[in-house]
Design a protein around this ligand. Structure first.
Ligand code: MLT
Length: 277
């Protein structure tokens, strides 16, 4: 209920970036001075709405929640899009909004894009939050499976993708106790354009490996994992956090791959604690 009230206070806006395409986003500017802007970058194949549980953070920070191109209400994804071009798109949005520095908070694909943002736009960063993500690239069999999935979705549409993801994204307790959370995500996936799903799968299959970059990261970092995430496991994420100097690692119980939405109170508490530390 509280989340619904917060959501009603926001209007999805859109703005034309330098290349002429319109990007949609939610933006809340915090009234307090000296608070950071957190840019929340969604996973695959979702949109800004996966961050509705983070709306209560509006007392602590300015919040920016874009729909990447092709997702949500933004213009279509560009041909040949990559993790790096998606990072540039978010940098373009920041430029248009006059935002100089942000904390990047990315989930899964949003985290993959985050590594490219670290590499190419580091001076815009004052913090990094990696949720349910990894730094390694795909191995050949995963990349092949993505290429196959990309060709399949063009024939079947998004429905079967949503059904596969229903079984992978959530903890048992979310499935039992919060069916509305599951349904909201499945609805977003079903509404995703097959072209976007295919292009994003190809882009993820070709992403760079950032394991070697981790020890060079010089940005305050928080790593958040879900105890029941089968996609990016808590142990893999903890190992990743050990590589990043001074990183804080938090594992949320009763959370799967969608930890911010499944356990918003625990997630927000961890984020606020890290922000104020
Ligand atoms: C996501 O949630 O963004 C996806 O699980 C990423 C992936 O398929 O590797």
């Amino acid at each position: 209920m509280a989340v619904a009230i917060f959501a009603r206070r926001f209007v999805l806006k859109s703005i034309q970036l330098a290349d002429g395409r319109k990007m949609s986003f939610l933006h809340h500017v915090c009234e307090k001075e000296d608070v950071p802007t957190i840019v929340f970058v969604h996973g695959f194949p979702l949109d800004h709405s996966m961050w509705m549980g983070q709306m209560p953070l509006l007392e602590q920070a300015s919040l920016l929640m874009p729909d990447l191109f092709g997702f949500g209400a933004s213009d279509p994804i560009a041909e040949g899009a990559s993790m790096s071009s998606m990072a540039d798109d978010v940098a373009g949005l920041l430029e248009r909004l006059g935002i100089e520095k942000v904390i990047w908070c990315g989930l899964s694909m949003g985290g993959y894009i985050g590594w490219e943002f670290v590499r190419n736009h580091e001076r815009k960063l004052e913090g990094l939050i990696c949720c349910n993500t990894r730094a390694s690239a795909d191995d050949e069999s995963t990349a092949r499976a993505r290429r196959f999935a990309a060709s399949q979705v063009m024939k079947t549409g998004a429905g079967p993708v949503a059904e596969v993801m229903r079984g992978k994204l959530f903890s048992d307790s979310t499935i039992m106790e919060k069916p509305e959370v599951v349904d909201s995500i499945i609805k977003v996936i079903c509404n995703s354009a097959p072209e976007t799903i295919a292009a994003a799968q190809i882009a993820m299959s070709q992403r760079n490996d950032f394991l070697g970059l981790l020890s060079e990261i010089n940005i305050r970092t928080l790593v958040i994992a879900g105890s029941e995430d089968p996609i990016t496991t808590a142990s893999e994420m903890q190992r990743m956090s050990f590589e990043i100097r001074g990183a804080t690692f938090v594992e949320l119980s009763k959370a799967g791959h969608m930890s911010p939405l499944e356990q918003p109170l625990l997630f927000n508490r961890a984020l606020i604690h890290w922000l104020n530390f």
